[in-house]
Design a protein. Sequence first.
Length: 332
Amino acid sequence: MWRTRSRVVFILLILILLAASALFGLLTYGLDRDLSPVSGLREGDKMPLCGVTRKVVVVTDSSVTIPQNLARELDIRIVPLLLIFGGQTFRDGVDVTPGEVYRWLRANKHIPTTAAPSVGDFVRVYASAAREASGILSVHLPPSLSATYQTAVTASQLVDGASIHVLDSRSVAMAQGFVVLEAARAAAAGADLDAVVARAEEVSAKVCFFATLETLEYLYRGGRIGGAAALLGSALQIKPILHLIDARVELFAKPRTRRKAIRYMLQAMAERVDGRPVHAAILQADAAHEAEALKRKVAEQFDCVELYVTEFTPVMGAHAGPGVLGIAFYTD
């Protein structure tokens, strides 16, 4: 009797062990499949975490002047432009502030020079983004204004693991910033790369930019305009208004006073907005008080979906000089 019971118990134990072994094998097989190498990742790259891989990451350059809280919230990757002065190279907005640049401009005959980020700078940002997303949209200054776009294109051809689309924003400063913001919002909502690119191109075609300069001196010293134009502006004390036409910065108007320049910009904005809700931003370079006053006027006169005050980065300020005041906007 005892031997019979022992045999039964022994057989049951064997059956239990066999069942456990089979179950463990099935679980292990499933885990092996889930953790198999992902196409496009190279040795040393981080594995994407299950459930958190994004479809699209948006990259841009530091000229966009997007408010920092929005850039963080939407996880926009910003590649700094470069500023060279006194034999040193500074990363835009990282190693140097706008105030420092304006002090240099006022104290020196020679102005800082600027440069696009290096190919390596872009490659590092793209490689990091490729570990997190299957697509990357990189939005940059027009080729007519900067070498940044072409540098980004070159870098995009050196990175595997994600589809990279480099887009000419056809705009500058916060006008480009709105293109980037809307692309990032579409990406955050789960849109794929084609849809994110389409939204960026849609806003790029709509966005407007106007800015008045305190003086033409810095554009002249930087080689952006001819000497005759600078002398004319100085003699007449004009406050030129610039705008964007086909991705080029062109003269819009030549008012004699700052007050008239602001009025002309608001009139131009009203004509283009035509009573519709508008996304708007005030741009300023060492003109914070005027920018806040202009913001109040825009808020009073227009139905603003969003309204920001943004500051030119050191690189942008080095080109235009202190005293820039402008508006970027678009309607849906």
